[in-house]
Write a protein that binds this ligand. Structure first.
Ligand SMILES: [Zn+2]
Length: 273
């Protein structure tokens, strides 16, 4: 599933490509025809990311102070993907839920879980519901901590809860726990403020690097098979999707188990109870 860094990159790309332009919005696939009609011909004011959600803000008159602005709300889910480039728009291939065409470029969305038009009050509700996003928060993890620290729920579950930490998915969850030697089933209530602060700072660092590089790399150079140059694909992670392979630090086979419907990866030795 695309995690927060992917959504943030889309927001930045689309802001750069389309901001201030009157867009042609359509739904070649046909499933978003009414929504597209609401936005078609409006000016894109900007795109923001919030956890795994993106919000394209439109105003009919292009006025940033508009009170009639509308938002294209997208959640990519497991299979959603944006594509795009400079004009001309290619012939439609596959099920394109929404297509944006500006002065110089285009973008197409396929396979998203959510694609809808919402209003400013609905955006506020969404923001209130979602947890703290390491890529955007100025609260230093305090809001997320307040939402997890009272619970005996496993830290591995809390980290995946979008009302606690928004934008963190399965890969960042597994990797951050490994990097801090934390047993995934540690009750959240046992995470001290000091430890949480370390986890949060590290999450921010990794996710910002993910935005910059356009991919997730969580390994330190010293722990990679090849220590020079950019990390190769098989050197990207410590534990994520490495079940049965030797731990980079201790050689123990990486474990995997189902936790609330998602695979949880960890090193039974480096992250012992
Ligand atoms: Zn290990």
């Amino acid at each position: 599933m695309p995690e927060g860094h992917v959504v943030e990159r889309v927001a930045r790309e689309h802001t750069e490509r389309f901001r201030g332009q009157r867009l042609r919005v359509s739904s070649p696939q046909g499933r978003f025809v009414e929504g597209a009609a609401l936005l078609d011909g409006h000016v894109l004011l900007g795109v923001s990311a919030l956890g795994k959600h993106s919000l394209h803000r439109f105003a009919a008159d292009g006025d940033a102070r508009s009170r009639n602005d509308l938002y294209l709300h997208v959640h990519l889910g497991l299979y959603g993907k944006w594509s795009g480039a400079s004009l001309p728009v290619p012939d439609p291939v596959g099920a394109i839920r929404v297509q944006l065409v500006g002065d110089d470029g285009w973008a197409q969305l396929r396979g998203a879980t959510a694609c809808e038009v919402i209003t400013a009050p609905e955006v506020r509700d969404l923001r209130a519901r979602l947890g703290e996003d390491p890529l955007h928060s100025k609260e230093g993890g305090a809001k997320a901590y307040s939402r997890l620290s009272g619970s005996s729920r496993a830290i591995a579950l809390a980290l995946m809860d979008q009302t606690v930490t928004a934008g963190v998915g399965n890969a960042y969850r597994a990797e951050i726990l490994f990097r801090h030697g934390l047993w995934p089933f540690t009750p959240s209530s046992q995470i001290s403020p000091e430890l949480w602060s370390q986890l949060w700072t590290d999450l921010q660092r990794l996710m910002r690097a993910g935005v910059r590089e356009g991919r997730m790399v969580t390994t330190e150079r010293a722990d990679r098979t090849r220590r020079s140059g950019p990390a190769r694909e098989d050197d990207q992670y410590y534990v994520y999707r490495r079940a049965g392979l030797a731990c980079r630090r201790c050689g123990t086979p990486i474990a995997v188990q189902d936790l609330a419907g998602r695979n949880l990866f960890w090193c039974p030795s480096c992250q012992a109870a």
